[in-house]
Design a protein around this ligand. Structure first.
Ligand code: AMP
Length: 960
């Protein structure tokens, strides 16, 4: 690490150094300590005084050196060894230097030189064993610097010593070019001071810096503290501080100072510097396989497939393949096919199995060598292809192999029946339906239905068979819980039984029980009602008398002649159209339901706005109930949505057992729905047509009474229905009738019976009162007219009013005083009621309140129904002139109820007639016995109540 600036070998000729004065330093030949001949500069003027002899070198260029070193080799004579010395002998000499930017030639000025040091000898002479004295060579080194000019001279000053200069070596130190950690560092000259020089290295060819390489150059010219390094590129490896390419057959896939690796089995590299090796033909490398891994191939097929069939399931087992293709990531996949041979050409035609075939644990990615396949068809051929797969199977579809096995499943019994549900319940029968087994495993021959009373715990049971998925069980006890199980049968035998299903028959109810027991109930309830009424009457009459005391009787009549007597506390119907925002009305009157609480079962009808479905509603912490769901079909306009929901806004205001009850609405999700109680028997008109002539008179009157009661409630609320007709009455499983189909103008728009009148607007002509047709005077009185038509529809089991007459003819006939004739076998009282409802003068028609009480009386005395109106035979489709009616003439409801008219109450029938005041008074213990009231106490009370009622009706109105 030293760099010579100049070497003074005094052996070779003239060096051109300047000696001053010229008799001072001399160039002389001699020998060194090894007796090797050398040339020296010598001076030895010890015999003379005042010596000052200079020897100056040539000009030495500094180059890059800052600090230089001067090494001197010399001999110096000991003054003591010189005999006869004159006392000026010296044993040192001076070393000096002068910096200049250029060579000054022979020009020399003594005073310009700066002293470096005084040089003394360590040892002047050495005595030999023989007593000879030999010359001993001294070596001294001195530093000079920092130097700044381009070059310098050295000078040796002698002041009277005996010196021989043998060698002068001038040099400086540096850190030489080097490569460390694959980074090269250039020649670097250290600083003059004590600090280190930081040097950045650069990566050798085909390498890249991992961490920047650095080193420090010390003042002594030594490299210190190597930091950072470079790494050979991919395809290159480190060889003797350089990066060399990998040879053919080797590869290096990453950076780093690792060696190139030999290609793994089944791969090769033809070129130098390969990053990875290429797989041989039919060998592959999966994504994620390391470059050091052998190339591999798909496994061979699994071996020894065994199948064990159990009915419609099969367990498949197999052994590992012989050849795993050199990999460990083996899984198995099973493919299910149904194959049939084609008779024409004997070939096999296969199709994939149905998607409901189940594989346990799964069909693909199996780690174990077994799988269970279930839910196959019974008695069917299946082929299973089992394939071993590994990480490269998908790369070589042509090389995949599988083992196949063909099996035939056994005969199997059907799976259990599910989804048993009640369709209809009465007091002694129930209709049930269920779903076919999920896996019939053959053709279902029939179903076995086993049922028993819950309380009897299967000690006795009944078994029935049904061909289809429904059955009606008859002869059951009312109000009793039964348990039932169903199982299906195929040629393979019976399937497992369904889970036990429980149902209850309906309790005894008035509308369908035997007449006599019902009548008792009715009589008792009527009696209680009458007692209450009497009390109420006293109170009311008292207060009315107070109110009307000073008024004319006519004024009083006004309150009864024109619609509603509104009692305090009865709510009034609010037209949803009076709301600015109709949706506000919906939410005021209807509960918003969460669609998730509603399960739709099936479609039961079609409404104007969409389908009507049956379903179930389960509200949190409430029992699930059956409901009807009216939906608003997609693509509706805003108006349609408003009109659709208007019905809910109206219905939601009502709360009466004979008005269809609104459960709620769904408006916040789609489809928009109106949810009401479910009426199992649908609309009254079709229900009656279905059960022509099947009901007793009392049952029919029971239904009519319900409708009248609902209409009374509506008229009390101030609501005019406008479209009262049997088709708009719904019937539930207990034969309870409820008024439905509410709306505003749209009521008539959606009714198929609606016909346009001359004044515009759609009207169901056959059901509508003349004044409503003529000048749209819709009132509760026009509803009473419609009620009369409903009465006729009911008594004729759903006959069409006025049969096939045209609307125009109907309007005309009615206007001329013609009326519908009594339906076949119609009790005269009921026909009379119809005629009263069809009074031209609307104020003469009965109020619904009155209709209800008339019907109640009929129910109390069913015998009165025996007298029919059409005693003589007459064509059924002939309209009757009111004047020619066969019903015995009697006072109208108006007559009867109008306190201002004094027409006598005539006893027309032996039974209790609404128009016969006397009969009410005459209701005797005998009469009550007829309806089954036998206990003495209640009988007396009922009789006295009826009498009280009668006397009241004679004296004035009976506000109820
Ligand atoms: P609507 O839109 O009210 O005329 O209803 C159309 C049909 O759906 C009716 O004729 C009935 O057959 C049926 N329907 C409507 N509401 C109910 C209900 N609450 N229960 C059972 N069926 C109903």
């Amino acid at each position: 690490n030293t760099h010579l600036l100049n070497v003074l070998l005094l052996l070779q000729g003239e060096l051109g150094w300047i000696s001053y004065p010229s008799h001072g330093w001399e160039e002389i030949s001699g020998v060194d300590e090894h007796y090797t001949p050398i040339r020296t500069f010598q001076v030895c003027n010890v015999m003379e005084y005042s010596q000052n002899n200079w020897l100056r070198t040539n000009w030495i260029p500094r180059q890059s050196a800052q600090k230089i070193y001067v090494e001197l080799k010399f001999t110096l004579r000991d003054c003591n060894s010189i005999p006869l010395v004159l006392g000026t002998c010296k044993e040192t000499f001076n070393l000096l230097y002068l910096e200049t930017d250029d060579d000054q030639g022979s020009h020399f000025r003594e005073h310009q030189y700066l002293k470096i040091d005084t040089i003394a000898a360590d040892e002047s002479f050495t005595q030999t064993d023989l007593g000879d004295r030999i010359l001993k060579l001294n070596i001294e080194v001195r530093e000079v610097g920092p130097l700044t000019k381009k070059g310098f001279y050295l000078a040796f000053q002698d002041v009277g010593a005996c010196v021989a200069l043998v060698s002068v070596r001038v040099y400086f130190k540096k850190c030489p070019y080097t490569v460390r950690n694959l980074a090269s560092f250039p020649d670097t000259v250290p600083m003059d001071s004590q600090s280190l020089v930081e040097v950045k290295g650069s990566c050798v060819n085909h390498s890249k810096e991992e961490e920047p390489p650095r080193m420090y150059c010390s003042t002594e010219g030594e490299w210190l503290v190597p930091i950072g390094k470079c790494l050979c590129n991919q395809g290159y490896e480190e060889r003797s501080s350089t990066c060399q390419t990998c040879r053919a057959g080797f590869y290096k896939s990453g950076f780093g100072n690792t060696e190139c690796l030999k290609c793994p089995p089944h791969s090769f590299s033809h070129h130098e510097g390969s990053l990875h090796c290429v797989c041989e033909k039919n060998y592959f490398r999966a994504e994620g396989d390391p470059a050091s891994m052998s190339c591999t191939r798909p496994p061979s097929a699994p071996r020894n497939v065994i199948s064990s069939i159990n009915e419609t399931s099969v367990i498949l087992e197999w052994s590992w393949p012989d050849n795993t293709g050199g990999r460990r990531d083996i899984t198995f996949a099973v493919l299910c096919k149904r194959c049939r041979s084609v008779p024409a050409d004997g070939s096999q035609r296969c199709e994939p199995c149905r998607s409901n075939v189940r594989f346990v644990p799964r069909a693909t990615g199996l780690y174990n060598t077994t799988v269970t396949v279930t839910d196959l068809l019974a008695h069917t051929n299946y082929t299973f292809e089992i394939e071993a797969q590994n990480g490269v199977s998908s790369l070589a579809p042509q090389m995949r192999q599988y083992a196949a096995v063909t099996i035939t499943t056994n005969q199997a019994a059907p799976s259990p029946v599910s989804g048993i549900r009640k369709e209809k319940t009465t007091r002694n029968s129930v209709s049930l339906a269920w779903q076919e087994p999920e896996r019939p495993n053959g053709i279902i021959l029939d179903y076995e239905i086993k049922y028993y009373e819950k309380e009897e715990q299967e000690t006795s049971y009944t078994i029935l068979r049904a061909r289809g998925c429904n059955v009606t069980l008859g002869g059951l006890k009312p109000n009793t819980a039964y348990l039932l199980q169903i199982r299906a049968r195929t040629a393979a035998g019976y399937g497992a039984s369904s889970t036990t299903f429980q149902f209850e028959t309906s309790p005894d109810s008035f509308s369908i029980s035997s007449e006599s027991s019902q009548v008792v109930l009715i009589a008792i309830s009527s009696a209680v009602a009458i007692i209450l009424l009497t009390v109420l009457l006293y109170v009311l009459i008292g207060s009315l008398c107070f109110v009307f005391k000073s008024k004319h009787p006519d004024e009083k009549r006004l309150h009864f002649g024109n619609g509603h007597l509104r009692l305090p506390g009865i709510r009034t119907y609010i037209d949803p159209h009076t709301y600015e925002d109709p949706s506000q009305a919906v939410h005021e009157f209807a509960k918003e339901l969460d669609a998730s609480c509603i399960a739709i079962d099936k479609v039961v009808g079609a409404g104007e706005f969409g389908e009507v479905c049956s379903g179930r509603l389960r509200l949190p912490s409430k029992k699930e109930i059956c409901v009807a769901i009216k939906t608003l079909k997609g693509g509706y306009t805003d108006k349609q949505r408003r009109d659709f929901l208007a019905e809910a806004s109206i219905m939601g205001q009502f709360d009466h057992p004979n008005i269809i009850r609104l459960e709620g609405v769904v408006t916040r999700s789609k489809p928009v729905m109106i949810v009401t109680e479910y009426m199992e028997n649908g609309s009254l008109d079709s229900f009656l047509r279905k059960h022509d002539a099947q009901f007793t008179g009392i049952q029919l009157v029971g239904m009519l009474r319900g409708i009248a009661s609902g209409m009374k409630y509506l008229s009390d609320m101030g609501y005019v229905h406008r479209d009262l007709a049997a088709r708009n009455i719904l019937v539930n499983s207990n034969l309870v009738c409820k008024v439905s189909d509410f709306g505003l103008s749209r009521v008539l728009e959606d009714d198929p019976e609606g016909a346009y009148t001359t004044r515009g607007g759609k009207i169901p002509i056959r059901w509508t009162a003349p004044e409503a047709i003529a000048y749209r005077k819709f009132t509760s009185a026009s509803d009473a007219w419609s009620y009369g038509i409903v009465l006729w529809e009911v008594m004729s089991y759903g006959e069409r009013p006025y049969w096939e007459m045209s609307n125009q003819d109907v309007i005309k006939a009615v206007d001329e005083g013609y009326r519908l004739p009594p339906p076949m076998d119609c009790p005269a009282t009921l026909y009379q009621l119809m005629l009263d409802c069809w009074q031209k003068e609307r104020n003469n028609r009965p109020k619904f309140e009155q209709i209800v009480s008339i019907l109640d009386k009929l129910i109390r005395n069913p015998g009165s129904l025996k007298i029919t109106a059409n005693t003589t035979s007459r064509p059924a489709n002939l309209l009757l002139d009111r004047s020619s009616l066969e019903v015995p003439s009697m006072g109208t409801m108006g007559d009867w109820m109008d306190p201002m008219r004094t027409l006598p109450c005539k006893e027309a029938f032996s039974g209790v007639s609404y128009s016969s005041c006397d009969t009410i008074a005459k209701t005797s213990t005998e009469d009550l016995k007829k309806v089954g009231v036998t206990i003495v106490g209640p009988q007396k009370k009922i009789v006295s109540s009826l009498k009280a009622l009668d006397s009241n009706t004679k004296n004035g109105p009976v506000p109820v």
